[in-house]
Write a protein that binds this ligand. Sequence first.
Ligand code: GDP
Ligand code: GDP
Length: 454
Amino acid sequence: MDEQEYIESTPSVDHPKPIISIVGRPNVGKSTLYNRLTRSRDAIVDDRPGVTRDRMVGVGRVGALPYWVVDTGGIESDDEEIHSLMREQVDFALHDSDAVIFIVDGRDGATPVDFDIAKLLRQSPKISVYLAVNKAEGLDRAMIAADFYQLGLDQPTIISGKNGDGVVRLMNRVLEETEARQSAEQSSYVIPEGVAKLAIVGRPNVGKSTLLNTLVGEERVVVYDMPGTTRDSIHVPFKFADKEYVLIDTAGMRKKSRIDDRVERFSVMKTLRAVELAQVVAIVLDARDGIVDQDNRLINLVFTSGRSLMILVNKWDGMSAYERDQVRAQIDRKFGHMGNIPIEFISAKLGKNIDVIMPLIDKLYDSAMTDMSTGQINRILKEAEEKRNPPMVGNYRIKLKFGHQGGMNPPHVIIHGNQLDKLPQTYQRYLSNTFEREFNMVGTKVRLSLKTSD
Ligand code: GDP
Ligand code: GDP
């Protein structure tokens, strides 16, 4: 996805965008609908090995209502595998989404596989399922609707993913109902201005709950049971050294600290959502595992989201000097180039090096929310340009004219000038780095928008 669009689509939000998954058997039109709903702006591709096509995640908007949409992937294998793969697809959708669009092919009528999928979907009454009958151009609506009523699901919505008929009507219904449900579940807690929102993310068992416990101790329990925060609320206020913070809960964390201790299932989508709602993200890694693929993917995801980021390498206790050196080297190799992203080695369990975290959260919050005056921006631009001239394009030199702040979280600078569409990536990085240094930002990347005005 284009970075610029990502910024515009993720202002500092208090309400999460709903996650809508599309399921259905091969060739019914999932990816066609996905493309229409996102206009192909893809945030992440969750590529998994095997026969499933890549799972695509993107953002879109219908009217005033934004959403995440997931194409759960196509299945391109023989019949034997189709059932277990279907189950996996439906499982993902039910676990990771707020609503599911189940697509069927109006020309084929209800097939046995459609009945199987419908049965799986009916087993989870918590998630709303919307039945969309696709490829309906030129077909008799009443006839096809009658056929698909047999699936025992929602009232079918007749659409054509290809020419767009009925798609807005379908999405309006999905989004309005999902929003109504989400608001009913949300607590009445209003986050005060200036309070940092923190997401602690990472794979299961890396030590997120332990870290939270060590950081805020018993106070947390009190906060959780505070009136006005419902059990499923994702905003969890807490205090540290008399200062207020809000933790964006990623589901598993809090449940575990309660009665049942079952291992949470990792959800990329829910992590993504917590990240979107936060200004500060702490990614926790388990030093004993080194850095695995999923860690890498998470770090890239947070990095592209523009949220301020720190990396906490946990379980540093009890490791030999040799093991520590190895992990350190691996971290350097992978993240060394990220420059101003703080990396701390901690033991959540023993409370080792924990003291650095809260001050770091404050610093990252301030960085995400940096207020850059137009005067300062223009002084920095001028000095940067004098120190290092932008390159020539043909006979003309690219010229930076002036700039101003475009937004916060991530800090965003809009620069006007001549032929900026030809400004090389390396020069753009140089400018971002200069802003970050001049404004003492930590863990934060400055985004640039270039406007050519000649
Ligand atoms: P997926 O495997 O479920 O992702 O299906 P695709 O989106 O790849 O679509 C499969 C085929 O159906 C493609 O040839 C599409 O062009 C076609 N298709 C998708 N939506 C429609 C539609 O609304 N009408 C018609 N006639 N064809 C469609
Ligand atoms: P979460 O799933 O990320 O919330 O992980 P938990 O906080 O539940 O921790 C998973 C396991 O790792 C538990 O058995 C913890 O006791 C253990 N653990 C957490 N932090 C540390 C640490 O710093 N050192 C060691 N040795 N174990 C830890």
